[in-house]
Design a protein around this ligand. Structure first.
Ligand code: ATR
Length: 273
């Protein structure tokens, strides 16, 4: 019988997940399918009833459902609970388990793009305090890395730090230049970088040589932040790998094979941007 998986969102047409999972199904010769399904927020409970019926092995959840599915799952992993969002569902014996693989995607991308990046890392500078920042901070804390969290709106960062706990120093984006020399890793989790936008006033000359700069924005693939970091001789990792690596655990759970993030798959994805 064909094993079926999905990505739900609203709208869903833009999702690149079918390309990723479709490529892996083909590469591994698996009798499976992965389809994009548009599910309006009001239709989520009915979709979960359908899931419990066993039609699908599981699937991905994207905007705007990542928080709402929480209450509908029969069980949610501890780390998804900490992140406050579910992006992956696994159906077993009529029960729907929710998990979050974004933080694994973040780590997998850096592990592949900058091997050894976490060794001796004294602190990470995280720009932004939204949903994406939560997954990034949980990821960094899972490797015991102290976080300097800077956000345009100070109160949002304070709340996030309070909720997550652990070693997090909070400030605003105006503090970036002061904090820069203390961090061996810079992560942009904001939408700044899309459409060629940049952080005004953040002087990358303040970063130490060898600092790794990464961006979760991948349109464009090389954001102004990454371009400037590269021009300064700093190490950079772009955000596309996070999208690829977050998909690995889901595919393995549904189809029983751990897929590889290959250069060829990355190229296919780049061509689709
Ligand atoms: P996501 O789930 O993708 O992280 P989000 O929850 O809306 O999206 O979070 C957006 C983040 O980007 C926030 O940290 C936001 O800062 P504020 O809390 O001050 O709103 C940040 N952000 C968005 N646009 C920005 C801009 N032009 N300059 C600086 N930060 C920006």
């Amino acid at each position: 019988m064909t094993t079926k998986a999905f990505v739900i969102g609203h709208p869903i047409a833009h999702s690149r997940s079918p390309l990723i999972h479709g490529s892996w199904l083909e590469a591994h010769g698996i009798d499976g399918s992965y389809e994009a399904i548009d599910v309006a927020p009001s239709a989520l409970p009915a979709f979960f009833d359908r899931l419990r019926g066993g039609e699908f092995a599981g699937g991905n959840v994207t905007i705007p459902h990542k928080e709402a599915v929480f209450a509908l799952c029969d069980a949610v992993d501890a780390l998804a609970g900490r992140i406050g969002a579910v992006n992956t569902l696994v159906v077993e014996d009529g029960r729907v388990r929710g998990t979050n693989t974004d933080y694994l995607g973040f780590l997998g991308n850096l592990d592949a793009g900058a091997p050894g990046w976490a060794e001796g890392l004294d602190a990470a500078l995280v720009l932004g305090a939204g949903g994406a920042a939560r997954a990034v901070i949980v990821a960094l804390q899972s490797r015991d890395i102290p976080v300097i969290l800077l956000n345009r709106t100070r109160g949002t960062a304070d709340r996030l730090a309070g909720e997550l706990g652990g070693e997090i120093t909070v400030g605003t984006l105006d503090d970036a230049n002061d904090a820069a020399p203390r961090a061996g890793l810079v992560v942009n989790t904001t939408a700044v970088g899309m459409h060629g936008t940049r952080f005004e006033g953040f002087d990358l000359a303040r970063l130490r040589p060898g600092t790794l700069v990464t961006d979760i924005v991948y349109t464009p693939l090389e954001t102004p932040l990454l371009a400037e970091a590269r021009a300064r001789g700093l190490r950079t990792v772009d955000g596309l790998g996070m999208l690829l690596h977050q998909a690995v655990p889901g595919f393995e759970a549904w189809f029983g094979t751990r897929p590889a993030v290959t250069a060829a798959l990355r190229r296919r994805l780049e061509e689709s941007l």
